[in-house]
Design a protein around this ligand. Structure first.
Ligand SMILES: [Zn+2]
Ligand SMILES: [Zn+2]
Length: 156
Protein backbone atom coordinates (compact mmCIF):
# COMPACT_ATOMS: atom_id res chain seq x y z
CA UNK A 1 0.00 0.00 0.00
CA UNK A 2 1.41 3.35 -1.04
CA UNK A 3 0.08 6.64 0.13
CA UNK A 4 -0.48 8.90 -2.82
CA UNK A 5 0.73 11.96 -0.95
CA UNK A 6 -2.47 13.93 -1.12
CA UNK A 7 -2.47 17.49 0.12
CA UNK A 8 -5.43 17.01 2.45
CA UNK A 9 -3.80 14.53 4.80
CA UNK A 10 -6.56 14.22 7.39
CA UNK A 11 -7.73 11.36 9.58
CA UNK A 12 -8.65 8.26 7.53
CA UNK A 13 -12.31 8.44 8.63
CA UNK A 14 -12.55 12.05 7.53
CA UNK A 15 -10.96 11.30 4.16
CA UNK A 16 -13.41 8.44 3.73
CA UNK A 17 -16.49 10.57 4.40
CA UNK A 18 -15.21 13.36 2.20
CA UNK A 19 -14.69 10.89 -0.63
CA UNK A 20 -18.22 9.58 -0.23
CA UNK A 21 -19.61 13.09 -0.40
CA UNK A 22 -17.51 13.85 -3.47
CA UNK A 23 -18.57 10.59 -5.12
CA UNK A 24 -22.20 11.61 -4.64
CA UNK A 25 -21.48 14.75 -6.65
CA UNK A 26 -21.64 17.11 -3.69
CA UNK A 27 -19.18 19.72 -2.52
CA UNK A 28 -17.28 18.64 0.59
CA UNK A 29 -17.92 20.97 3.53
CA UNK A 30 -17.15 20.60 7.24
CA UNK A 31 -20.83 20.35 8.26
CA UNK A 32 -21.46 17.67 5.62
CA UNK A 33 -18.50 15.58 6.81
CA UNK A 34 -19.60 16.02 10.44
CA UNK A 35 -23.20 14.97 9.72
CA UNK A 36 -22.02 11.89 7.82
CA UNK A 37 -19.74 10.96 10.74
CA UNK A 38 -22.61 11.48 13.16
CA UNK A 39 -24.84 9.20 11.13
CA UNK A 40 -22.16 6.51 10.97
CA UNK A 41 -22.05 6.58 14.79
CA UNK A 42 -25.82 6.63 15.35
CA UNK A 43 -28.10 5.23 12.66
CA UNK A 44 -31.77 6.26 12.67
CA UNK A 45 -30.91 9.65 14.16
CA UNK A 46 -33.12 12.70 13.98
CA UNK A 47 -31.83 16.07 12.76
CA UNK A 48 -31.96 17.27 16.38
CA UNK A 49 -29.85 14.37 17.62
CA UNK A 50 -27.31 14.92 14.86
CA UNK A 51 -27.16 18.61 15.62
CA UNK A 52 -26.56 17.83 19.31
CA UNK A 53 -23.75 15.42 18.46
CA UNK A 54 -21.87 17.75 16.11
CA UNK A 55 -22.57 21.22 17.50
CA UNK A 56 -19.93 20.85 20.24
CA UNK A 57 -17.14 20.14 17.75
CA UNK A 58 -18.47 22.26 14.91
CA UNK A 59 -19.14 25.69 16.34
CA UNK A 60 -21.33 27.94 14.27
CA UNK A 61 -23.50 25.14 12.93
CA UNK A 62 -27.23 25.64 13.16
CA UNK A 63 -30.03 23.10 13.28
CA UNK A 64 -31.19 24.65 10.02
CA UNK A 65 -27.81 23.89 8.45
CA UNK A 66 -28.09 20.25 9.58
CA UNK A 67 -31.54 20.04 7.97
CA UNK A 68 -30.03 21.47 4.78
CA UNK A 69 -27.20 18.94 4.78
CA UNK A 70 -29.63 16.06 5.37
CA UNK A 71 -31.88 17.22 2.55
CA UNK A 72 -28.92 17.38 0.15
CA UNK A 73 -27.72 13.93 1.28
CA UNK A 74 -31.19 12.43 0.86
CA UNK A 75 -31.54 13.85 -2.65
CA UNK A 76 -28.06 12.60 -3.57
CA UNK A 77 -28.87 9.11 -2.23
CA UNK A 78 -26.22 9.25 0.50
CA UNK A 79 -28.72 8.83 3.30
CA UNK A 80 -32.16 7.38 3.61
CA UNK A 81 -34.95 9.20 5.36
CA UNK A 82 -37.63 7.23 7.15
CA UNK A 83 -40.58 8.63 8.99
CA UNK A 84 -42.45 6.16 11.18
CA UNK A 85 -45.90 7.41 12.21
CA UNK A 86 -45.69 9.62 15.29
CA UNK A 87 -41.92 10.06 15.01
CA UNK A 88 -39.70 12.82 13.68
CA UNK A 89 -37.89 11.99 10.43
CA UNK A 90 -34.99 9.60 11.02
CA UNK A 91 -31.88 9.42 8.87
CA UNK A 92 -29.53 6.54 8.23
CA UNK A 93 -26.57 5.61 6.05
CA UNK A 94 -27.93 2.26 4.94
CA UNK A 95 -29.41 3.06 1.54
CA UNK A 96 -30.54 1.13 -1.49
CA UNK A 97 -31.10 -2.26 0.13
CA UNK A 98 -34.82 -1.80 0.75
CA UNK A 99 -34.48 -2.95 4.36
CA UNK A 100 -37.33 -2.39 6.75
CA UNK A 101 -37.75 -1.19 10.29
CA UNK A 102 -39.29 -2.38 13.48
CA UNK A 103 -40.39 0.36 15.86
CA UNK A 104 -41.26 0.05 19.53
CA UNK A 105 -44.77 1.39 20.16
CA UNK A 106 -43.76 2.36 23.69
CA UNK A 107 -40.27 3.96 23.56
CA UNK A 108 -39.98 4.45 19.77
CA UNK A 109 -36.61 2.73 19.50
CA UNK A 110 -35.91 1.64 15.92
CA UNK A 111 -34.13 -1.43 14.60
CA UNK A 112 -33.31 -2.57 11.09
CA UNK A 113 -35.16 -5.57 9.75
CA UNK A 114 -33.85 -7.40 6.72
CA UNK A 115 -35.93 -7.67 3.60
CA UNK A 116 -38.58 -10.32 4.08
CA UNK A 117 -37.60 -12.47 1.08
CA UNK A 118 -34.09 -11.13 0.49
CA UNK A 119 -34.82 -9.41 -2.80
CA UNK A 120 -36.10 -5.89 -3.32
CA UNK A 121 -38.94 -5.16 -3.56
CA UNK A 122 -39.87 -7.97 -1.27
CA UNK A 123 -43.60 -7.41 -1.38
CA UNK A 124 -45.71 -8.30 -4.35
CA UNK A 125 -49.02 -6.46 -4.29
CA UNK A 126 -52.02 -8.33 -5.63
CA UNK A 127 -52.80 -5.32 -7.83
CA UNK A 128 -50.26 -2.62 -8.72
CA UNK A 129 -52.83 -0.47 -10.56
CA UNK A 130 -50.48 -0.31 -13.53
CA UNK A 131 -47.54 0.98 -11.47
CA UNK A 132 -44.07 -0.50 -11.79
CA UNK A 133 -43.03 -1.27 -8.21
CA UNK A 134 -39.54 -0.10 -7.28
CA UNK A 135 -39.45 -0.26 -3.50
CA UNK A 136 -41.63 -1.46 -0.70
CA UNK A 137 -41.36 0.15 2.69
CA UNK A 138 -42.59 -1.78 5.69
CA UNK A 139 -42.72 -0.69 9.29
CA UNK A 140 -43.27 -3.40 11.84
CA UNK A 141 -44.57 -2.27 15.21
CA UNK A 142 -44.09 -4.02 18.50
CA UNK A 143 -42.58 -3.89 21.96
CA UNK A 144 -38.79 -3.87 22.26
CA UNK A 145 -37.15 -6.27 24.76
CA UNK A 146 -36.59 -3.46 27.32
CA UNK A 147 -40.23 -2.40 27.17
CA UNK A 148 -41.41 -6.01 27.38
CA UNK A 149 -39.45 -6.35 30.61
CA UNK A 150 -40.79 -3.00 31.90
CA UNK A 151 -44.43 -3.74 31.12
CA UNK A 152 -44.14 -7.29 32.53
CA UNK A 153 -42.99 -5.74 35.80
CA UNK A 154 -46.02 -3.39 35.78
CA UNK A 155 -48.52 -6.23 35.88
CA UNK A 156 -49.67 -6.66 39.48
ZN1 LIG B 1 -39.33 0.08 23.76
ZN1 LIG C 1 -32.50 1.26 8.90
Amino acid sequence: MHTSGTADAALPAVVDHAAEIRAAGLKVTAPRVAVLQGLAASPHATADQLYDSISSTLTGTSLQAVYGVLAAFTTAGLVRRIEPAGSAALFERRVGDNHHHIVCTRCHSVRDVECVTGEAPCLTPSDTAGFVVQTAEVTFWGLCPDCQADTAADIP
